[in-house]
Design a protein around this ligand. Structure first.
Ligand SMILES: Nc1nc2c(ncn2[C@@H]2O[C@H](COP(=O)(O)OP(=O)(O)OP(=O)(O)O)[C@@H](O)[C@H]2O)c(=O)[nH]1
Ligand SMILES: [Mg+2]
Length: 709
């Protein structure tokens, strides 16, 4: 495999809504450059990019795939991403390492919901953008309307570079406004014939050319002056101006394509070669500990591992971008995140599933290796003796959480191990364990994401998993103090059991004064594993309960607090004052005092105005302004408290506090309320009291466990 120097490498990520033609375009770019002898089709499951069984089954991309093409003297690394929003975890790492985004629009759908969603991510990464209007050959294609929508959604930086003489089935001619020429394609596409712009298109082409020249000139004073003097810029000057515009994001050049019929790809690749910024032209990477790392071939060797791919047979493949310097096969590096030494035993570039060995890779290039010991996604590897750590990759929080179980209980451990593996590949799969319910919760980006997870578990790990809604982690507490006493007495045959405990329970709060009216011998503060506190005061006088039984009483109280009296949820923030009791010289033992403590606590709890607490989430919903009413009405039906509203471009941001219990499958509801245009984030805020009526309902539907003696 040829080694390209840092000046001849371009990294492009293909982005766009589901089905706009990214995979088809990637295939065409490889074919047009002569790297593959024939073009595969997504429908025939034979494209280079969509090579996974899961992608074949679905007929669309599920994974981000790295490919490369060569056009003239340049190597263009392409990362083809899946367009479905649930698979954003695949797209984000690709965006992180790409230097230019190629955003595809579908000429018969215009700007779609998926386009808008991915646009938000592009904007966060502040990357240069080329817009490709694809499917211009489609019978319902409308190039002009698509460009108008693009301007409406992404602003005036949208700049037409080309337009089709005719959209729709007859599409075969493109007018290029930089070269001021017309490309005429044969039916099968490929290399076009260049022709002069026809007279009836001249006026339109001249006007658009002028706009393009002005756009190119506006980023550079010297160019602007030049333009004023001559009234024109030559091609090179235009390229220079457009590159600057792309880097400043004041220019998003628009190209005209039919990926399916191979029209427009060659010219697009030529533009990527000549104009799209390469890694060495992009701003230096910011480092975690301050400072920056410019992408230079003569800098220290630094790699950024952006993705882990798990191949069932060959194990983990680590995909990386060379952020600086160069690496050779066999290089010894250090992982800055773990401190581990790593050797690049193999060095290759990837074209879908094909690995092509390469002797070395230089700054800006993308490659892969296998069998790294201790390297995960977003880790930095560098030559020994340096301390360089690149910023991590931020992934969105889960939008759907479900309890996951192995259908066959015996496979529970296998399921857990499989989930840990999958998580390495897909950081948007988030595992949590809910201690009090003993439930394993898996978080993902939506129903589809979790369905794909199920598929992977089934097919790659041979575990069938079931999903269901998690139990709400309620908490129980009290609102006033109450006293109770309990005598546990059992006289059966030989030795009996006896223990009597008198206690008072009180709502605990930070800075609470010591118990009044009793003589305190000992106070213990326990941080509970499920949050909150239990403060346990030994106020026994005259030795009515021996000190050695106090731990048993505490144990009984703790047991009831772990599975609270109201709904079996953990109780919290309670002070227990044990002030009296009785012992029996022979029959008193640990178990008697444990039971007496537990029962006394339980009884006192019932009289202490018990309160069920529920988790409240801080929720931020982002919806197009016209859908705000419906979304708001729905949120109000979910016991939400509106905290504020904001405008962000064409969107409204609604901030609410909503009980977790009301957010079950909210992502699915929000999608259907907004045809997918609304998004939201949520995070835990605090525990708050459950309203009385609802508490009554929850308590009556819970049957308290019998006390096991
Ligand atoms: N008419 C026409 N159809 C196209 C063109 N490009 C792609 N298609 C078709 O559109 C469908 C989707 O194409 P893909 O390449 O899978 O789209 P994608 O953007 O990769 O889709 P995801 O991976 O799901 O995001 C396929 O049926 C393609 O044949 C085009 O230029 N013209
Ligand atoms: Mg695809």
């Amino acid at each position: 495999m040829k080694v390209f120097d840092d000046k001849h490498i371009k990294n492009v990520v293909l982005l766009g809504s589901h089905g706009c033609g990214k995979t088809t375009l990637a295939e065409t770019m490889l074919f047009e450059a002569g790297l593959i002898p024939r073009r595969g089709r997504v429908e025939d499951n034979n494209t280079v990019s969509d090579h996974h069984a899961l992608e074949h089954e679905r007929g669309s991309s599920v994974y981000s795939t790295v490919l490369h093409t060569e056009w003239r003297n340049y190597k263009i690394n392409i990362i083809d991403t899946p367009g479905l929003d649930d698979l954003i975890g695949e797209t984000i790492p690709a965006l992180r390492v790409a230097d230019t985004c190629l955003l595809l629009l579908n000429a018969h759908h215009g700007v779609e919901v998926g386009t808008d969603l991915v646009w938000d991510h592009i904007a966060q990464y502040d990357r240069p953008v080329i817009i490709g209007v694809n499917q211009v050959d489609h019978p319902n294609a409308d190039f002009d309307a698509t460009v108008d929508q693009a301007k409406e959604h992404f602003g005036n930086a949208v700049t037409v570079m080309q337009y089709p003489v005719e959209s729709g089935e007859g599409f075969h001619r493109i007018i290029d406004l930089l070269k001021m020429t017309m490309y005429v394609f044969k039916d099968e596409g490929g290399k076009p014939e260049k022709q002069p712009i026809p007279a009836n298109e001249k006026e339109k082409a001249d006007a658009l050319h002028k706009e393009l020249v002005e756009k190119a000139a506006e980023n550079d004073e010297a160019l602007m002056e030049h333009y004023f003097d001559k009234g024109e810029l030559d091609e090179d000057e235009m390229r220079q101006g457009l590159k600057q515009g792309m880097m400043k994001r004041t220019c998003f050049p628009v190209f005209c394509l039919s990926a399916l019929r191979n029209m427009g790809t060659g010219r697009l690749m030529g533009f990527i070669d000549n104009v799209a910024p390469g890694a060495i032209e992009m701003p230096a990477e910011e480092l975690v500990d301050g400072g920056t790392l410019p992408c230079r071939a003569d800098g220290p060797a630094v790699l950024f591992a952006f993705k882990t791919v798990i191949e069932p047979r060959s194990g983990h493949i680590t995909l990386f971008k060379v952020m600086s310097g160069e690496v050779k096969e066999g290089a010894d590096l250090v992982n800055d995140n773990t401190g581990s030494a790593e050797r690049l035993n193999q060095l290759f570039i990837l074209d879908g599933k094909e690995r092509r060995p390469v002797e070395r890779l230089v700054a800006g290039d993308i490659g892969g290796t296998i069998k790294l010991k201790d390297t995960s996604s977003a880790h930095t590897l560098h030559e020994p003796g340096k301390a360089i750590k690149l910023r991590p990759i931020a992934f969105p929080e889960p939008r759907l959480r479900q309890v996951i179980k192995a259908a066959d209980q015996k496979l529970e451990e296998k399921l857990h191990a499989a989930l840990l593996e999958i998580q390495k590949e897909d950081p948007t799969i988030v595992l949590t364990y809910q201690r009090e319910t003993g439930q394993q919760i898996v978080g993902g980006q939506g129903d589809l994401h979790l369905n794909l997870l199920k598929w992977k578990l089934n097919h790659h790990y041979k575990v069938d998993a079931t999903f269901h809604a998690p139990r709400i982690p309620y908490r129980e507490t009290i609102r006033r103090s109450a006293e109770a006493s309990y005598r546990h007495k059992k006289q059966t045959g030989g030795s009996g059991q006896f223990g009597e405990v008198h206690l008072r329970i009180e709502p605990w709060y930070e800075g609470m004064p010591a118990p009044q009216g009793v003589s305190v011998r000992d106070i213990q503060e326990h941080d509970l594993p499920t949050g909150g506190k239990l403060v346990f005061c030994n106020c026994i006088v005259g030795g009515v309960i021996d000190n050695k039984f106090m731990p048993s009483i505490l144990k009984g109280v703790m047991e009831k607090m772990e599975r609270g009296p109201l709904t079996g949820s953990p109780a919290r923030d309670i002070r227990v004052v044990v002030y009296d009791g009785k012992m029996h010289p022979v029959d008193s033992n640990d178990i008697s005092f444990r039971i007496a403590g537990l029962q006394a606590f339980r009884e006192a709890f019932g009289n202490a105005d018990p309160q069920l607490m529920e988790p409240i989430q801080e929720v931020e919903v982002r919806v197009p302004a016209d859908l705000m009413g419906d979304v708001m009405t729905d949120l109000q039906g979910r016991r939400s408290i509106v905290m504020g509203m904001d405008t962000q471009g064409r969107y409204q941001i609604i901030k609410v506090h909503t009980p977790l219990a009301e957010l079950d499958r909210y992502s699915t509801t929000l999608r259907s309320l907004t045809q997918g245009r609304g998004t939201y984030t949520e995070r835990f805020l605090a525990y708050q009291p459950v309203p009385a009526e609802l508490q009554h309902k929850l308590v009556s539907s819970h049957k308290e466990d019998e006390v096991v003696v």
